[in-house]
Design a protein around this ligand. Structure first.
Ligand code: URP
Ligand code: ZN
Ligand code: ZN
Length: 467
């Protein structure tokens, strides 16, 4: 017997859209179909709305030390912002302490995530790929961690990893069923360009992008792809910002390589011009890889359309303008890299993708939810409106209009880069495993409502499986 029936809406899946009721029993979806029996269940009329599988954000940084400070959002505020946008699960980066083990990073992040209002998974972000860490990698799948991120950038910090170690990690990952995520930018070239800029007295935020040109991202993307080819392992290139990097991914797909790729909302709505805003305002837009010339946008949209870019993550990494971004007032290299976006990610895609005719609503569901579940290893349980799946459901109002401003955001950051931007399309309500988690602007799920999701990476068949 069902507990809840969402009646009269249009179900939107990655495959198609159709009129159907959705019946929920306990925490899972029991049935999807026309005119489902009510049998004493609570019936919610959702006519006029789209019912989509809860959105999954495979790329967030909550309560993370970075750039000499710690992100403004913790798991309480960050997941409040997430669910207000329709996101019912995120996969966050457990940052290895350079003197600690990978298991300790996971344990530390479980402790932080006790406050999560939504379900969560954990990646490990590697900061010290020494022999001990390499020996430890095969134990991660047993902890429910299917993915590790390796940084080719941020030279001069513990995050930076040499090719030799990256390559060896890829070989190990292939053997133990981990998926390697890369931050693909050439750390050496960036370090030299930064040093030269500072020596000239070029200290303003706009130099962040000028010292990280597109070619340094494209070069590292190609290098990571080729190293993965030698190691014969699948790869996920995260936060693809420009056409030049995407071209490397397309070439890999043409060769039949299992290379997954992610892009993010900031690369579709902001540009390098935002880094040159008057005064120190550009610091709000310092993130890596940097914002690009808008001429890159059509290629990124095409990458989503053609599914060379499989997933759309936020890379939510929030720092306050006052007291955090400020650290780099006299030196752009000291501005903590990152911006908030976990709340806005779905609305950006509906407004600029679906409503402007660039993508279908089904592709939106694919890149926000279904493909996320596949790539990050939780398909079946998450990312679907189908019997047996967790009842994570977004009741999407396609016509609701919201103008983003600091005061109507649900996170804990003292600015929003989206200030004044109007979105059409927003969640009217959100269900997390059958329970109402958000409605009409109010976050209802409590800190601690979220549950850890044990993920298992399924090795793709080459080529076609990633398109
Ligand atoms: O600027 C960014 N992206 N900050 C978060 C860390 C990362 O590289 O993803
Ligand atoms: Zn990164
Ligand atoms: Zn990131």
């Amino acid at each position: 017997m069902s507990d809840l029936v969402l009646a009269g809406g249009t179900v939107v899946t990655a495959e198609g859209s159709f009129r159907a009721d959705v019946a929920v029993s306990g925490e899972t979806i029991e049935a999807v179909g026309l005119d489902l029996p009510h049998d004493g269940a609570e019936v919610v009329d959702v006519s006029g709305a789209r019912l989509m599988p809860g959105f999954i954000d495979g790329h967030t940084h909550m309560d993370m030390p970075f750039g000499g400070t710690i992100t403004a959002d913790d798991w309480d505020t960050g997941t409040a912002a997430a669910v207000a946008g329709g996101t019912t699960m995120l996969v966050d980066f457990s940052l290895q302490d350079p003197d600690g083990t990978l298991a300790e990073a996971v344990e530390t992040w479980h402790g932080k995530a006790e406050k999560s209002r939504i379900d969560y998974g954990l990646h490990v972000a590697i900061t010290n790929l020494d022999e001990d860490a390499k020996r430890e990698l095969p134990s991660l799948p047993g902890l429910g961690v299917a993915t590790v991120k390796i940084f080719m950038a941020y030279k001069g910090t513990p995050l930076y990893t040499e090719d030799e170690d990256l390559f060896e990690a890829m070989q190990i990952a292939r053997e133990c069923g981990l998926l390697v995520l890369v931050h693909a930018e050439n750390g050496d070239a960036i370090a030299k360009l930064q040093e030269q800029a500072l020596a000239r007295g070029d200290t303003e935020p706009r130099w962040h992008a000028l010292t990280r040109p597109e070619a340094v991202e494209a070069e590292a993307t190609n290098r990571a792809i080729r190293l993965a080819e030698v190691a014969d392992c699948p790869l996920l290139v995260v936060h693809v910002s420009c056409a030049a990097s995407l071209e490397e991914i397309q070439r890999a797909h043409a060769r039949g390589r299992p290379v997954y790729a992610e892009t993010c909302p900031q690369y579709l709505v902001f540009s390098d011009a935002d880094l040159a805003r008057p005064g120190f305002e550009g610091a709000k837009y310092v993130l890596s890889p940097p914002l690009r010339d808008p001429s890159n946008r059509p290629a990124l949209w095409h990458g989503l359309q053609a599914q060379d870019l499989h997933i759309f993550g936020s890379d939510h990494c929030s720092f306050n303008y006052a007291g955090q971004k400020d650290l780099g007032r006299d030196d752009f290299t000291l501005i903590p890299n990152g911006a908030p976006g976990v709340e806005e990610r779905p609305a950006v895609l509906w407004t600029h993708g679906v409503l402007e005719g660039r993508i279908s609503e089904n592709l939106m569901v694919a890149v926000l939810s279904t493909n996320q579940a596949k790539v990050h290893g939780m398909a079946g349980r998450k990312g679907a409106i189908a019997p047996g799946a967790d009842a994570d459901i977004v009741v999407w109002d396609p016509d609701m209009t919201v103008t983003a401003t600091r005061s109507n955001r649900h996170g804990n950051v003292d600015y929003t880069p989206y200030e004044g931007m109007t979105f059409t399309g927003a969640p009217a309500s959100v269900y997390l495993r059958g329970r109402l988690a958000y409605q009409d602007g109010q976050v209802l799920s409590e800190p601690g409502s979220g549950r850890f999701v044990h993920r298992t990476f399924a090795q793709p068949a080459p080529a076609a499986a990633v398109r």
